[in-house]
Design a protein. Structure first.
Length: 135
């Protein structure tokens, strides 16, 4: 496959399997954050603005959940059945606020018409989300 996406194929298949699994009670916050981070990474590495935005929508859907601000039902939801969205599933106020700030970054990136700055926003989102699950 072109553009180095081969290494992501296995991860995407794993996430698809997780999405098909029943949701844990209250959602699986760590899984939702990891999935959002993965899609932010896909976004940062995408070669067209259309694909950058598509993966940003996927990441935002994981954070917002079906009833949350910014959720796009027309876009794929890789976190379907993982919970109610990371923001809704976060029980810690500080974590919820951090996730809301990341969601705002994604919303800003979705409005960006420049490929390179949108990719940079996606990379920042990926780093922020990865930092939340490693602390």
């Amino acid at each position: 496959m072109k553009h180095g996406y081969t290494r992501y194929l296995g991860a995407a298949m794993l996430i698809a399997g997780l999405a098909a699994a029943p949701a844990l009670a209250g959602g699986n916050l760590t899984t939702e954050i990891h999935t959002a981070a993965m899609h932010a990474g896909f976004s940062a590495k995408s070669s067209t603005l259309k694909m950058v935005h598509a993966h940003m929508h996927h990441a935002l859907n994981c954070l917002a959940g079906p009833k949350g601000k910014g959720y796009d039902s027309a876009a794929f939801d890789p976190c379907k059945n993982q919970g109610n969205g990371a923001i809704s599933d976060a029980t810690n106020t500080a974590m919820k606020q951090r996730l809301e700030k990341v969601a705002q970054l994604l919303e800003t990136g979705l409005k960006d018409k420049n490929l390179h700055t949108a990719q940079a926003t996606a990379a920042k989102v990926e780093a922020e989300l990865n930092g939340m699950t490693t602390k």
